[in-house]
Design a binder for this molecule. Structure first.
Ligand SMILES: [Zn+2]
Length: 454
């Protein structure tokens, strides 16, 4: 019996892969797994060849945009797209597109195979848009490629820990459900509560499911780790854990790796625009160059050199229904220099600093982003999560969730670090008994600022 089960487990990925490539992909006309299996070859190409491949895709998208999209008909009027450099195009964003979507949509876009997408309301401004099926194939293919780079094989059981809305498909149609079944997806405990009881139940359910890969929000998996360590139970480890959609704190990483003894990889992605990336063993985020070209721009719109923080601007290499060309997604990040120490070729982000609005704004006009704030907790041993709440320019409250052992020394160490970063222009206080604010979608926010400055 046991050996039959083992045989089944061993054969499943092969059977699922064969059925997916041979039947599902032709029926859906979406070769996502074939793309995932082609990506190792793509990433092994010399850089020049990858750039030429990107340039061909870009030119095809530009040609389409010039001919079919009103906004680009004006911008590229009479231009030969082969001679257009990306940096000549204007940077666009959601605020600019939303009032005049017709101007940015392709003529006859409904006839181009696409998927209806929407971004969550977690940023306060939900956005609905069509994404070309071709673009989806590349982004999902890259996602599978990154998952498989952890040792997981497509077709092995995949545990979705919790079920935040942003990880669910917009169209729960028959085809999506079919793919879900084939992929062996299991949800370990629905909802997105992260209280200790739910978190423990979620961890135990994930263990029982014997998943090869766990996938979910970092804050949810960190809460599972806390609950498991507290209860002193052992949960069968997956091959890897992949977190997504939130900043992964170093303290969370430590707790997760300690509780589950599985390697942890963090993904950073964004469907509108189209970014897919996954952290390597050196914690740099390697970008899926088959999906898009990513630029980091300074406030004047110039490209930042590696190491310098700026706006993330993305150009999708496959989107025609609604081209995303130099689209500012609202995040801030830092580009890495040279080749990553892990040895993988290609463009990578040194780090993502957070969403554009995720900063403290001080009365002296200074902005403080998450990175320096996160450094204040490097030596904090008993802090599970933290949050900066700024109700007015002159006041910052540091909210902490701590564990036993947190004492006055640690408190004053953190306060001192925070005061050093923000200076003396603001009152800083620290509390351990105010609840953390989370978004409607269940995401943890590091910075909650109650006002906007002009
Ligand atoms: Zn790397």
């Amino acid at each position: 019996m046991m050996s039959l089960l083992r045989l089944h487990t061993a054969l499943r990925p092969r059977v699922v892969s064969a059925v997916t490539c041979g039947v599902v992909e032709p029926v859906l006309r979406a070769p996502y797994l074939s793309t995932a299996r082609w990506l190792p070859e793509f990433f092994a190409w010399p850089e020049q060849k990858r750039r030429a491949w990107q340039r061909d895709r870009l030119q095809a998208v530009l040609r389409h945009a010039r001919n079919e999209v009103p906004y680009y008909r004006d911008v590229l009027a009479g231009r030969d797209v082969d001679g257009v450099d990306l940096t000549e195009l204007p940077v666009i964003d959601k605020a600019m597109m939303r009032p005049c979507m017709d101007n940015f949509l392709s003529r006859g876009w409904r006839d181009i195979p696409h998927i209806a997408k929407k971004t969550g309301g977690s940023t306060g401004d939900p956005f609905q848009y069509p994404l070309d099926k071709r673009a989806w194939v590349h982004i999902y293919g890259a996602n599978l490629y990154f998952w498989e780079s952890t040792g997981y094989r497509y077709g092995e059981r995949l545990v979705m820990v919790s079920s935040p809305p942003s990880l669910q498909s917009a169209s729960e149609g028959l085809k999506t459900r079919l793919r879900s079944v084939l992929e062996g997806r299991v949800i370990s405990a629905a909802g997105c509560h992260i209280d200790p009881e739910t978190s423990l139940e979620r961890a135990l359910a994930a263990g029982r499911a014997r998943g090869a890969l766990w996938y979910g929000y970092a804050s949810h998996i960190a809460a599972m780790a806390d609950a498991v360590l507290e209860a002193g139970v052992r949960v069968p480890a997956p091959k890897a854990i992949v977190t997504t959609a939130e900043l992964l704190f170093p303290t969370w990483r430590e707790r997760i790796e300690q509780a589950f003894e599985a390697p942890l990889r963090d993904q950073y992605g964004c469907n509108d625009g189209g970014i897919m990336s996954q952290g390597c063993s050196h914690d740099r985020l390697h970008l899926a160059e088959n999906v898009s070209i990513v630029e980091i721009l300074d406030d004047a719109g110039r490209r930042c050199p590696p190491g310098e923080e700026g706006d993330v601007v993305v150009t999708n290499l496959h989107a025609r229904t609604l081209p995303f060309l130099r689209y500012r997604i609202g995040d801030r990040a830092v580009l890495g220099a040279g080749t990553c120490p892990c040895g993988t070729e290609g463009t990578f982000l040194e780090r993502v600093v957070g969403r554009h609005g995720d900063n403290l704004q001080l009365p002296n006009g200074k902005h403080v982003s998450m990175h320096p704030l996160g450094k204040c907790f490097f030596d904090a041993r008993h802090v599970r999560r933290y949050q900066f709440v700024q109700p007015e320019p002159g006041r910052i409250q540091v909210r902490l969730e701590v564990e036993p052992g947190f004492d006055a020394d640690e408190r004053s160490m953190i306060l001192g670090e925070v005061r050093r970063v923000v200076g003396s222009v603001v009152d800083v206080d620290l509390t351990t008994d105010e609840p953390m604010e989370i978004t409607r979608g269940g995401k943890h926010r590091v910075i909650v600022r109650a006002f906007d400055t002009a």
